[in-house]
Write a protein that binds this ligand. Structure first.
Ligand SMILES: [Zn+2]
Length: 252
C-alpha cells in the first residue's frame, strides 16, 4: 500500500479539484431550482447563458487560463469557483495524508463533497438546504463505524452540540444562529465522535466566525454572517488533527 501513497495524493488533489467544481455547480443548481428557474444539465455562463464547452470547465486550469472571466462575454466568474476547487483539493490531500488509503478517508472525502455544497450555498445565500444536511448523517455513522468509535461518546457529543445549537436557535429566534445549523450539527457531532472534540469544535467555529464577523460589526453592518461554513471547516480541522488532540486529551 505504501508504494501507492504518492499516487493516492495526486489522485486526491485531482478529484478534490473536480469535485470542488462540481460542488459549486450543484449549489447553483439547487439555488436556481428553489427559485423555480430552470437549470439545464449542461453548464452555462451565469451571465450570458452561453453553453460552456468541456475545455471551459477544467477545474483550476480553465479559471487560470481565462483569468476568471467567461470566454464568450468576459463577465467575471468570481473567485468563489477557484477557491472552491483549490480548497477541496487541498483538503482531500490533507485527508489522504492523515488517514492514508483507508475506508474512513474515502467516507470523509465523500461527505466533504456534500458539506462543500452546503458550505458554498450557505456562504453565497445564507441558507442551508435541509435534505443535504440529513444526507450527511449516514456518512458520519459509517466514518465512526470504520474508526470503531465509542457509541456512548458519540451520543454524548451529538446530544451536547445539537442541543446547544437547537436552544440557541429556539431562544434567539434565528438572530444568533440560522434555523438549519442545529441539523448540520447532528452529522458534524457524529463525525467528531467525542465530547472533547465537540468542545473544541464550539471554540474553533465561534472563534472563526468572530474573526470573520469583526469587520462587519465595525462597519455596523447588520448582515448576519453564515455560520455553516465555520462549523464545517472547524470539523475538518479537528478530524485532521485527531491524533494530536487525542494525545492531548489523554495526557490531561
Ligand atoms: Zn458569459
Amino acid at each position: 500500500m505504501e508504494d501507492y501513497l504518492p499516487l493516492f495524493y495526486i489522485a486526491s488533489a485531482i478529484f478534490g479539484a473536480i469535485l470542488g467544481s462540481f460542488a459549486c455547480c450543484q449549489a447553483w443548481r439547487i439555488h436556481e431550482k428553489q427559485k423555480g428557474r430552470k437549470f439545464g444539465s449542461r453548464s452555462i455562463c451565469m451571465s450570458c447563458k452561453h453553453q460552456l464547452r468541456w475545455y471551459d470547465n477544467i477545474p483550476v486550469i480553465s479559471w487560470v487560463t481565462l483569468r476568471g472571466k467567461c470566454r464568450y462575454c468576459k463577465a467575471k466568474i468570481g473567485v468563489s469557483e477557484i477557491l472552491s476547487e483549490l480548497g477541496l483539493a487541498a483538503l482531500f490531500v490533507a485527508i489522504a495524508y492523515v488517514f492514508g488509503i483507508a475506508p474512513e478517508a474515502f467516507v470523509l472525502m465523500a461527505a466533504l463533497v456534500l458539506y462543500w455544497v452546503l458550505l458554498v450555498y450557505d456562504a453565497k445565500w445564507g441558507e442551508l438546504p435541509v435534505v443535504l444536511m440529513f444526507c450527511a448523517i449516514p456518512f458520519a455513522i459509517a466514518f465512526q463505524f470504520f474508526l470503531k468509535g465509542n457509541i456512548f461518546q458519540i451520543l454524548l457529543g451529538t446530544g451536547f452540540l445539537t442541543g446547544i445549537y437547537y436552544l440557541l436557535y429556539y431562544f434567539s429566534k434565528e438572530k444568533l444562529v440560522g434555523g438549519g445549523d442545529w441539523i448540520l450539527c447532528i452529522s458534524i457531532a457524529i463525525f467528531l465522535g467525542r465530547i472533547e472534540f465537540v468542545i473544541v469544535e464550539l471554540f474553533l467555529s465561534n472563534f472563526g466566525a468572530l474573526l470573520a464577523g469583526a469587520p462587519q460589526v465595525l462597519k455596523k453592518d447588520k448582515k448576519q454572517i453564515p455560520f455553516g461554513p465555520f462549523l464545517i471547516i472547524a470539523m475538518v480541522a479537528i478530524l485532521l488533527m485527531r491524533d494530536f488532540l487525542l494525545k492531548f486529551f489523554i495526557i490531561y
